[in-house]
Design a protein. Structure first.
Length: 204
């Protein structure tokens, strides 16, 4: 599921991407996997032709139970950046970790999709900290995880004070989100074991 105020436009890094049509404040939840997202079970994946699976895997991501999820409402078009403005470490949703200006591309870090074992791509984000090659194995790198953690912890206290377009869905599905509203202000306080690769709706 994708927050409103985001549109599909041509991207300088990868054909098309998601762009904010108005300013998005830090602390806004941008997307989350939800029961409305298309999902293929491990059995269904096994029956897919190789090229069909490759196309789905390009835009979707594997979950902890082995299924493949394609984020709904166009969220699957979010491009990677090594300086992503949306991160999800320890959360089951993607959070704006800084203010996103109107007209700016909305990006996440593909290394957080850790269940896609062995996946990699050449990076074209052109940022100062570009890693050149992005792999899901990087999601276990402690230095990188500390960077993500610091950026998320810095804005987590803002979640309860900014307008949340996805509030109703989050309040029903996300334990970390509910813990934030109850006063949690750091990943260590709100993490529940759920993540974008292990969304809570899998166990509901």
């Amino acid at each position: 599921m994708l927050a409103g105020g985001i549109d599909v436009q041509a991207s300088s890094t990868h054909n098309v991407g998601l762009f904010s049509v108005r300013p998005i404040p830090a602390g806004t939840v941008i997307w989350l996997p939800c029961p409305k997202c298309s999902r293929w079970s491990t059995e269904e994946i096994a029956e897919l032709p190789e090229e069909r699976f490759a196309a789905l895997d390009k835009y979707g991501h594997l979950l902890a139970d082995g299924s493949l999820l394609l984020p709904c409402l166009g969220a699957y078009l979010m491009n990677h950046s090594c300086e992503a403005n949306v991160l999800d470490l320890g959360l089951d949703f993607g959070l704006a970790v800084r203010d996103i200006a109107a007209g700016e591309e909305v990006t996440c870090d593909y290394a957080t999709f850790v269940e896609d074992e062995g996946w990699s791509m050449e990076c074209n984000c052109r940022t100062a900290s570009c890693r050149d090659q992005v792999t899901t194995a990087q999601g276990a790198d402690q230095r990188l995880r500390e960077q993500w953690r610091g950026r998320i912890d810095a804005v987590l206290p803002l979640v309860a004070s900014v307008e949340q377009p996805l509030h109703d869905v989050l309040a029903g599905l996300s334990t970390p989100y509910r813990r934030i509203l109850q006063g949690g202000s750091a990943i260590a306080e709100v993490a529940s074991g759920a993540s974008v690769c292990a969304p809570a709706f899998l166990t509901l």
